[in-house]
Design a protein around this ligand. Structure first.
Ligand code: 5AD
Ligand code: SF4
Length: 438
């Protein structure tokens, strides 16, 4: 059969979608690039903010029309974070959905399709068994790019009061070292040059080796840095409370570990951070940043921000702006607070007016954009090392990423995807750079 997968939300979902595609490919199904060409449509969903999960229901409405017009079997599958927590609602609002699988049941996708072909029932599996998931994701890799994700840790025990993830991906689970190394080797053999290690809380990684000994994230980074053929390493997403000097040393000593770190702070106000249950203060965050800059002076930072958390005053918001001024980010993401089912913050008093949220978001985004532009402009006339990932829009144009994760476009006919080349930056355009090869 022909399958189409749409992945919403985070990089962990992209990873899961890719692994589902591998499983289906090995079963003899073929990937297509639009639902109109498919007879299996998979929505790998996200529920981090309300907008993300409402998107699912509008997309489902559209594929229902395709299903109605289709001759023969047409299977609609909902996987991921919305599937985990909203089974009843999906069955009620979209009774034509055939299979519902939580984020840690995606390994069952191929067998559920087979089962569905012999049954009329909606098949549901939401077990939250992370270990079983990884043990059963045994398919080889198909269609890998230059830069790929590798999930090393899943789930979350932090219970930030705004966040739905502990309810959708369950408790923290770290994969063992041998499995991660084996998967990294397979990726490298498939032509991958850059690996981005993924975890909801990647720096609380705590996996075991063959002797039962525990390894933390920096141990794992040192181990992976030894692999032949691997050119670049990243890890995301880190929680500031779990950053320690061992991460600083990894940034100092591992030459393939990129000097770029996504370290979400969410807010610059200690009062808001406390209500968010983030377990650090703004001062503690600054200490982290300073420590990492000491070990790796050129390290660039990105972050996530939430504005309009319940009870956030104008003064609290000013503290966020002050924090941004002090840290100076190379890029960042910012969101309006969105109340999520089951979370503590959704029930808090003093929910903030949408209009105020929008105003704050726009002020914050102006500042973050200004910093990103300044960061990018500081490279004009200088050299950056670029890993080329894909073709650009223009003839002979390739697009790659710098050590600091900036997108850089170059027109040249003597470079190939997968090459790492020294590029002279000629211009900073919105959110990216142009360069030449001398
Ligand atoms: N509302 C708005 N943004 C949220 N995030 C997580 N939960 C919410 C929510 N309820 C943001 C955080 C997180 C990023 C992945 O999404 O900033 O770091
Ligand atoms: Fe969305 Fe969070 Fe689930 Fe990722 S883990 S898909 S961001 S809800």
């Amino acid at each position: 059969m022909y399958f189409f997968i749409k992945s919403y939300g985070c990089q962990m979902n992209s990873y899961d979608s890719q692994r589902m595609a591998d499983l289906l490919t090995e079963k003899g199904h073929s990937a297509v690039d639009e639902p109109e060409k498919a007879d299996i449509v998979i929505f790998n969903t996200c529920s981090i903010r309300e907008k993300a999960d409402e998107k699912l229901f509008s997309d489902l409405g559209r594929v229902k029309t395709l299903k109605d017009l289709h001759n023969g079997d047409f299977i609609i599958i909902v996987t991921g974070c919305v599937a985990q927590t909203r089974v009843q609602e999906i069955m009620k609002r979209a009774p034509y959905v055939d299979i519902i699988l939580g984020p840690q049941d995606i390994q069952a996708v191929a067998e559920k399709i087979d089962e569905h072909l012999h049954s009329e029932n909606v098949l549901v599996s939401t077990s939250l068994g992370a270990e079983d998931k990884f043990n059963r994701l045994t398919a080889g890799f198909h269609n890998r790019k230059v830069s790929e994700f590798l999930t090393i840790q899943e789930g979350c025990d932090n219970f930030c009061t705004y966040c739905v993830v502990p309810y959708t991906r369950g408790r923290e689970f770290s994969r063992n070292v041998a499995d991660i190394v084996a998967e990294a080797k397979k990726l490298i053999a498939a032509g991958v040059k850059e690996i981005i290690l993924l975890g909801q809380n990647v720096n609380s990684y705590n996996g075991t080796d063959e002797n039962g000994q525990r390894h933390n994230l920096s141990d794992l980074l040192f181990t992976l840095a030894e692999l032949d053929g691997l050119k670049r390493l990243h890890y995301t997403t880190s929680h500031p409370k779990d950053i320690n000097e061992s991460i600083g040393r990894a940034h100092r000593d591992i030459d393939i570990l990129m000097p770029f770190l996504h370290l979400p702070v969410q807010s610059g106000s200690d009062a808001v951070l406390k209500k968010m249950n983030r377990k650090y203060t703004a001062e503690k965050y600054f200490e982290c940043i300073d420590m990492l800059r000491e070990y790796r002076p050129d390290i660039a930072f990105s972050s996530d921000f939430i504005v309009g958390f319940p009870g956030e005053t104008d003064e609290d918001f000013q503290k966020t702006l002050q924090l941004v001024e002090r840290v100076k980010y190379s890029q960042a993401y910012s969101f309006k607070y969105s109340p999520r089912p089951n979370t503590v913050a959704a029930k808090m008093d003093n929910q903030i007016d949408e209009k105020i949220k929008s105003e704050r978001l726009s002020i914050l985004q102006d500042l973050l954009n200004k910093q990103q532009t300044q960061f990018n402009e500081s490279f004009v006339g200088k050299y950056l090392s670029i890993l080329f990932e894909k073709e650009g829009k223009h003839k002979n144009q390739l697009v790659g990423r710098s050590e600091y994760s900036q997108a850089v476009s170059v027109c040249a006919n003597n470079i190939n995807i997968g090459d790492i080349v020294r590029v002279k930056v000629t211009e900073a355009v919105s959110h990216s750079l142009l360069g030449t090869i001398e």
